[in-house]
Design a binder for this molecule. Structure first.
Ligand SMILES: [Zn+2]
Length: 125
């Protein structure tokens, strides 16, 4: 498979700064070196310093679920690093609970603790 540098460069120019930061830090191991160069160049252009990148890396690694290949586990809903697992019923056709499945969630998609009812068990392990 040929690495389409032009397409990647276009994608990088439009990507969120947060996404680029994730890719050059916790997803770095899975990235093409040429793509990493482009992403670091784009971050530099946006005024993100090496210190900012190092800070993002440290912050992500403190909360993200890291895999044995050195990359972070991705959220089941988006491409952010997952910070927690939750067992949920996989629902066929959005209705019938079929089997329990473990989903991974980032900070944004993590199920909210049931603060209204302190006795309700949280769906996590
Ligand atoms: Zn997410």
């Amino acid at each position: 498979m040929q690495f389409d540098l032009k397409r990647v460069a276009e994608y990088i120019r439009r990507a969120d700064t947060e996404e680029l930061l994730d890719r050059v830090t916790v997803y770095r191991e899975g990235m093409e070196p040429a793509a990493l160069d482009l992403m670091e160049g784009e971050l530099d252009r946006r005024g993100v310093s090496r210190a900012d990148i190092a800070e993002h890396d440290a912050k992500r690694r403190a909360s993200a679920i890291m895999l044995s290949d050195g990359t972070a586990l991705r959220c089941s809903c988006c491409s952010r690093p997952a910070v927690k697992h939750a067992r949920r019923w996989y629902r066929a056709f959005g209705l019938l609970p079929v089997f329990p499945k473990v989903f991974a969630y980032c900070e944004l998609h993590a199920p909210k603790p049931a603060s209204a009812n302190p006795n309700s068990p949280e769906a996590s392990e």
